[in-house]
Design a binder for this molecule. Structure first.
Ligand SMILES: [Zn+2]
Length: 436
């Protein structure tokens, strides 16, 4: 008799596998941290199951993958809104970040993990200062994470001079090398804050360790103009000439792109993190996502940090992505619900280079999954689950979040985190920041 540690049953299962397999009365069996089997509930009648989890007729699907955030920026949620990007960064965010320390970043990242777990995100890619604290927070929360210390030309409030930042990145890679949940990326901030030498040093570390290389790229027209003035080429062409375009590169934002930029990114196998809400709020522009997809570029979805969104709910990001590109192209057929759902799951996992272990419900993959409670007015009736998830559901509808076979949240209760305590600490930190 086949055995499983747990069986999530009584669910509409959306596997998000290549064939788009779904089961209207389905179940997922889990052994240890992995998915053992996915199929119609009837297939499991003879299984020996240690723990049954009733999805109560809800939707069971892969956990969402947030391909770009700055988790600890939950500390700055709502602090400085409705400003242009450069003014927002230079006059508000950078000065506030100069006063951060490891403990504050840990508290902010823990709050972010609580919010992401609550709203169905099982994996996130982070860029920030004191990134060891973010790795610790993800580990405490039980989330899957790709973390990287932000690198730029000027001294960091964390590590000081750049050389120490590169050394710190190497030490992070060594520290988390064999971890089941946390992996480390190399993360130069952007072509406008990183000199060519830094970009090439970052690429060399990424190549040596096979680590993801994460960068903000072509986020605004002002950035493109600045790079053209300094180097006589677009940010993408600049990175191409420095040898940075590869399948290890995750370009965050990629808003202002020429046709030639898109061709170069496609040829290099570059991945993109699309952050529609941040781009809208900072009026950065509209990333040409339909054109990127048309060119065969892998695109994942991100929220960006809480100071420019202002939440980490990927359901909101899916809804926004699906609608934004329709209005931008005057074509209601682009970025349909199925596509938006792929961006937030399997394609996000691929963008992070971990599509073989998470992002879809398939035997052998990690049991990173969520259940959406559909027994509520705004999700009734149910013609097309994909449409419901993208256009009507919200993070608050998530009833269960599991990572690597472990339940992290069920019916609004977190199993790994003392969220009331974390919120209290973040309120204290915000009061200090507010006074400064
Ligand atoms: Zn960002």
């Amino acid at each position: 008799m086949p055995k499983a540690d747990s069986l999530v049953t009584n669910a509409f299962v959306l596997t998000m596998d290549e064939a788009g397999t779904r089961f209207s009365d389905g179940a997922v069996a889990i052994v240890g941290s992995k998915i053992a089997a996915v199929g119609p509930a009837a297939d499991f009648a003879t299984w020996h199951i240690a723990q049954r989890i009733d999805a109560r007729g809800g939707i069971l699907m892969p956990g969402l993958v947030n391909t770009h955030t700055h988790a600890a920026m939950t500390l700055f949620r709502g602090m400085a809104d409705d400003l242009p990007l450069m003014n927002w960064l230079n006059d508000h965010i950078f000065p506030a970040e100069a006063r951060l320390d490891r403990e504050k970043v840990y508290a902010g990242a823990l709050l972010a993990c609580a919010e992401m777990i609550r709203s169905g995100t099982t994996c996130f890619c982070d860029m920030y200062l004191f990134e060891d604290a973010v790795a610790d927070a993800a580990k405490t929360a039980g989330m899957r994470a790709v973390v990287g210390e932000v690198l730029f030309d000027f001294p960091s409030p964390h590590y000081g001079p750049l050389a120490a930042g590169l050394a710190f990145t190497e030490s992070l890679i060594a520290r988390w090398k064999d971890d089941a949940l946390v992996s480390v990326a190399v993360e130069p901030h952007s072509p406008y804050l990183c000199a060519p030498e830094l970009l090439q040093q970052a690429e060399a570390i990424s190549r040596a360790h096979g680590a993801l290389l994460v960068i903000h790229l072509s986020e605004t027209a002002a950035e493109v103009a600045e790079l053209k003035k300094r180097f006589g080429k677009t940010p993408v062409a600049h990175l191409a000439d420095l040898g940075l375009l590869s399948p290890r590169l995750l370009a965050c934002h990629a808003v202002v792109l020429s046709d030639r930029d898109i061709d170069m990114m496609a040829a290099g196998g570059v991945k993109v993190s699309h952050n529609p809400e941040s781009n809208m709020k900072l009026a950065s522009g509209i990333a040409p996502v339909p054109a990127l997809l048309e060119a065969g570029i892998c695109v994942g979805l991100g929220t960006d940090g809480c100071a420019s969104n202002n939440d980490l709910d990927l359901f909101g990001a899916m809804d926004m992505a699906a609608k934004l590109h329709k209005v931008a192209t005057a074509d209601p057929t682009v970025v349909d619900a199925s596509t938006a759902l792929k961006l937030a799951t399997i394609d996000g996992a691929r963008a992070l280079g971990i599509g073989d272990i998470t992002g879809s419900l398939e035997p052998g993959k990690q049991a990173d999954l969520i259940v959406i409670d559909t027994d509520c007015p705004h999700l009734t009736p149910m013609y097309h689950p994909e449409s419901q998830l993208v256009y009507a559901a919200r993070g608050a509808d998530v009833a269960l979040t599991m990572v690597a076979g472990k339940i992290l949240m069920q019916h609004g209760r977190w199993t790994t985190l003392d969220v009331a305590r974390t919120m209290a600490r973040v309120r204290e930190i915000a009061a200090e920041i507010g006074k400064a």
